[in-house]
Unconditional design. Sequence first.
Length: 164
Amino acid sequence: MDETISYLKDRFKDEQDRFNHVENKSARFFTAVSILIAGLSAIAGLKNGVIFQLGSPLAILIFIAFAVAAFAIACAWGHALSALRIKDYPNLPSARPTGEYLIAVDEEAQKKHIYNCYIDTLESLKVTIAEKTKPLDLAYQEIIIGAGAFAALAVLVTLRELIT
């Protein structure tokens, strides 16, 4: 049983590290998307808002590419914010009743209780991590869509500049 508890203790540390990694990645991603939104706002204001002047089919395509990029980045920002949502972090029981129970029972019951504590907390921690990674995955997919729309926007704007 001691080896099992030692193994579970190591897995718990691994899951805590994984949780912290997801938290840090979410914070960095949220910051990066916020910067992209600022850049998107700057692009919208270029040349007195030329992106919003829909005088030709090419101008309409430019506006559509801009709108898709803006929508995708706004969605990515929302999902990144959702991944940062404050939620209860699963911890091993540390309240007085747990300590008193461990003092009152024999060694085998202590080990069994500690084993159950690790198993329950690990399961809960894995669920919490999965809930945090899902919106982060969506945000990454939306950034890819936004990047594609930005690439199309760059090509279309370059084409417009070459034509006019």
